[in-house]
Design a protein around this ligand. Structure first.
Ligand code: GAL
Length: 499
């Protein structure tokens, strides 16, 4: 009897302890990875040094300074090409698990093609990787963050299907040279943003302004390119470090403007996130069915002889399906969405029939597209988990912009609320999030906003030729989060300081 009682007490004790630990929703799960992110054009500078070729961003900013808020460019940026050791020192101070950076295609292949390999350019990345590894930080390499060689743009860029081959040749060289030391690879960063803002409109390089036909074609070719790069890695290089590779998609949140309009939320998701994600992560593959039928009908109404959404052959559907080991998610903000009724004979609003707006009560960052809505983050993580059978999710960008200051308590507040939402998605909703990365380590060249919007945990003085780096409050805060592997849920905003 005594031993039975002892057993019962022991079992209850184990249950209670397990429950307490299992519900510690403020601690990161075991093996969870924390990091920071950047991209080549935004930080490296040295745009024409060491035999680097010209990229579309070099060309765009030099030819069209009026398209950049402050007329600036990335010629010098944070000068990380020369100051990478200082950057790694800062990363080491933070004690991040990984650092996400991208490779500049034209630095490695100055002609764009795989006929000339620039050893000096390659050495820059090899040295950076060695420096990271020596400091116990895993390099997380993005192959393509929007800066392809300008020569290919003159041949149509992402509207030319040959890009699939050209980028595959480049990827093979990167894998051959770097995969022995790199465990984490991302193929393409945010195809949607590049295709919408660089090909459909002219907000970003290459500024093609081709309207809807341009964006559909660009996305189609980028999707194929991603799949081909994945297969090259999977078949020829994965064995080197038993590494992992995936795509990075920008999925903003969507909340219904009108309570019952949940259809708008789903439609928004399928047209934005699902466009590429469905082809890769769903069981059936291909573009989302709703998107195929909407675009086909809308194209007809607009008088086109065929759908603007190109068809994927069944061979391509099979080839693309399953080509991502993780769901790389970049997330910043959320939209209010509403269904715009389609009237007879009239095209669907923006092809999807869903209109985006913002709630004026949402707090704002410096970037006009960035509102602070942490609940939208939790929602989108859940939506991805539901749609694609709970894949491993890596949050590869999340961050907040301001215009100044090292006392950046608004950034801390943003990051705190978003990480909290993510932890709740993990613990309360069972989502499989395995990594989180802040955009960005340093203030940097923020595309068409130039240097007017700052996302860094570290301030960079862009008028100082030495590009002095000064840690902000948020760096200390993140350092504490990493050291304790815990978010202080009771933390409150300091109210005494105002910008
Ligand atoms: C992402 C992009 C990054 C960065 C960030 C903040 O879309 O991948 O390069 O600029 O937005 O705007």
């Amino acid at each position: 009897m005594a031993s039975y009682l002892f057993l019962r007490v022991a079992v209850s004790f184990i249950f209670i302890v397990t429950y307490i630990f299992a519900t510690d929703t403020s601690s990161f799960p075991k093996n969870f990875l924390l990091g920071t992110s950047s991209s080549a054009y935004q930080i490296e500078g040295a745009w024409n040094e060491s035999d680097k070729g010209e990229s579309i961003w070099d060309w765009w900013t030099h030819e069209n300074p009026n398209f950049i808020s402050d007329g600036s460019n990335g010629d010098v940026a944070c000068d990380s090409f020369h100051k990478y050791k200082e950057d790694v020192k800062l990363l080491n101070d933070l004690k991040v698990d990984f650092y996400r950076f991208s490779i500049s295609w034209s630095r490695i292949l100055p002609t764009g093609y795989a006929n000339v390999i620039n050893q000096e350019g390659l050495n820059y990345y090899k040295n950076l990787i060695d420096e990271l590894l020596a400091n116990g930080i895993e390099p997380f390499v993005t192959l393509y963050h929007w800066d392809h060689p300008e020569i290919f743009e003159r041949m149509g860029g992402w509207t030319n299907e040959m890009m699939v081959e050209w980028i595959s040749d480049y990827a093979r060289i990167v894998f051959k040279e770097l995969s022995p030391k790199v465990k984490y690879f991302a193929t393409l960063n945010e195809p949607n943003v590049l295709c919408e803002e660089g090909y459909e409109t002219k907000i970003k390089a290459p500024g093609k302004n081709l309207g809807s036909p341009g964006v559909f074609l660009c996305m189609h070719n980028m999707l194929k390119a991603h799949a081909k790069i994945y297969h090259i890695y999977d078949e020829e290089f994965r064995k080197h470090r038993n590494g992992t590779i995936g795509i990075v998609l920008p999925c903003s949140g969507a909340l219904p403007k009108y309570l019952n309009d949940t259809a708008a939320v789903d439609m928004h998701f399928q047209f934005k996130c699902g466009w590429i994600a469905h082809a890769i992560f769903s069981n059936t593959g291909d573009y989302p069915q709703i998107m195929k039928s909407h675009v086909a009908e809308n194209s007809k109404l607009a008088g086109y002889p065929r759908s603007l959404l190109p068809e994927l052959s069944s061979e391509w559907v099979q080839y693309i399906k399953g080509t991502s080991d993780f769901f790389g998610l970049n997330h910043y903000s959320t939209w209010l969405v509403e269904t715009v009724p389609r009237t007879k004979e009239q095209e669907w609003y923006a092809y999807s029939g869903v209109k985006e707006s913002r709630d004026p009560s949402w707090p704002k960052a410096a970037s006009k597209w960035l509102n602070v809505v942490p609940s939208g983050f939790r929602e989108i993580i859940n939506k991805i988990a539901r749609e694609y059978d709970n894949p491993p999710i890596y949050i590869l960008e999340n961050g907040f912009s301001d215009r100044c200051c090292t006392f950046d308590y608004l950034r801390i507040s943003y990051l705190h609320s978003y990480i909290k939402a993510m932890l709740l998605a993990i613990y309360e909703d069972g989502c499989n999030v395995q990594a989180y990365s802040v955009w960005s380590l340093l203030d940097n060249f923020e595309w068409s906003a130039g240097y007017t919007e700052r996302f860094g945990l570290i301030h960079v003085n862009f008028t100082d030729s030495n590009r002095k780096r000064t840690p902000k409050w948020s760096m200390d805060w993140y350092k504490d989060v990493i050291a304790t592997r815990k978010l202080n849920f009771t933390w409150e905003l300091p109210t005494i300081i105002h910008i």
